[in-house]
Design a binder for this molecule. Structure first.
Ligand SMILES: *Cc1c(COP(=O)(O)O)cnc(C)c1O
Ligand SMILES: [Zn+2]
Length: 384
């Protein structure tokens, strides 16, 4: 497989952890990150080599944590197109707006990237049962890859989760539990049972490899932009794996020496007005994001009142000179309709939030009209 993965290290205190057993958080409660021998990768692989490989995120195998190819669990996730905006960008006076269409992934959202890698690695480490709390797409993706891998999957969902997500998990044969309250309550119920039964917890950023799958979005963008990254990238943000993965990928690409110029893209986190802990913390200059009381939004992927990686999301936004913003559900619905009618793209409310946020950022001159801008279309409208 020729992976150059060697160990895990804490994203906060830098403590190292062995990677030959399943791991969750550091002893200091922060996420663990996979470390690679990037010097060796840049010595043996050229960026041009990557263009001739499999049409999935597994083309970046040297920079992914799997050691043996036989453990890869794939449904051909990733390798998604970059689609130019025809009308929405022009209406804003923009010249180079493009959409990274993640709705084409297996299970209809970018969650499949993370779960392909996480389930593969769990299988490689001998895990037999995985579990996670989710109010949306993560459950379906986990259930699909677990089915493909032959692993048992336990999904804990808030009672009010839309039935489309519940049915999707059940279709893949997952053990689905409905829990009263929010996703935090579902997480508590899962931990209580999972600790006793030895399930491996694959919650967002409590598990180190989902973010590795997500980071491949940036590797693909680097290829699609001929090794010049765009000026600005907008990420609908809930738990933050997408934007944290992008930030990690930027630093790996820089160290690999694969980019033509050193300028990094500005990363924008987009949240829902009714659940915007990261955007609020950004405005208040805080390093962590206090829990959001009474989260309300129809964009299920953005209904995360407290993210374990809040400090990493805020760091990614600030170090890249981006901004954390929010959009209302009404604005999302307007943008969802515009995307479908004017671009032919039926996206979920989360992606529509990023389109709505872009309008504000252009009006406020935070993003220039001539800049290369990418919006990550995280999920399909068919589920909303
Ligand atoms: C999960 C999800 C998000 C949020 O992604 P994070 O990486 O958790 O921030 C956004 N959009 C959709 C469609 C999602 O399923
Ligand atoms: Zn630590």
């Amino acid at each position: 497989m020729q992976s150059y993965f060697h160990n895990l290290a804490c994203s906060r205190c830098k403590s190292a952890y062995p990677a030959d057993i399943p791991q969750n958080l550091c002893a200091c409660s922060s996420p663990l990150f996979a470390q690679y021998d990037l010097k060796e990768v840049s010595r043996v692989v050229s960026r041009e080599d990557l263009g001739y490989r499999v049409h999935s995120l597994w083309r970046f195998k040297e920079l992914l944590p799997l050691l043996d190819a036989k453990n890869v669990v794939t449904l051909f996730e990733g390798f998604t197109p970059l689609i130019p905006s025809l009308r929405i960008g022009a209406a804003l006076g923009m010249t180079a707006l493009q959409f990274k269409d993640e709705t084409l992934n297996p299970t209809g959202s970018f969650k499949s990237r993370g779960l392909s890698v996480a389930v593969s690695k769990a299988k490689e480490l001998g895990v037999q049962e995985i579990s996670l709390p989710t109010a949306g797409n993560a459950g379906g993706a986990a259930a699909a890859y677990a089915a493909r891998a032959g692993l048992k999957c336990h999904v804990f969902m808030p009672e009010d989760t839309p039935s489309v997500f519940v049915e999707e998990c059940r279709a893949y044969g997952a053990d689905v539990r409905m829990v009263p309250g929010f996703i935090t309550d579902a997480a508590r119920a899962m931990q209580a049972e999972g600790a006793e039964k030895g399930w491996f917890d694959v919650s967002t950023l409590k598990e180190p490899y989902r973010v590795e799958g997500k980071k491949t979005i940036l590797f693909e963008l680097a290829q699609q932009f001929s090794w010049n990254l765009p000026d600005a990238i907008l990420f609908p943000t809930g738990g933050g794996t997408g934007i944290v993965g992008a930030w990690k990928a930027c630093s790996e690409l820089r160290e690999l020496g694969w980019l033509n110029r050193h300028k990094m893209p500005r990363l924008y986190a987009v949240q829902a007005e009714g659940c915007a802990p990261i955007a609020r913390a950004f405005q208040q200059n805080l390093e962590i994001a206090p829990e959001w009381d009474d989260p309300r939004t129809a964009a299920w992927g953005l209904r995360v009142p407290k993210a374990i990686a809040d400090f990493l999301v805020l760091k990614a936004v600030r170090e890249s000179q981006g901004i954390a913003v929010d959009a209302s559900d009404d604005q999302m619905r307007v943008s969802q309709k515009e995307m479908a009618e004017q671009e032919g793209l039926f996206v979920g409310l989360e992606a529509a939030a990023a389109v709505a946020a872009l309008k504000q950022l252009i009006v406020n001159q935070k993003i220039g009209k001539q800049e290369n801008v990418v919006i990550v279309l995280t999920g399909s409208g068919l589920k909303s």
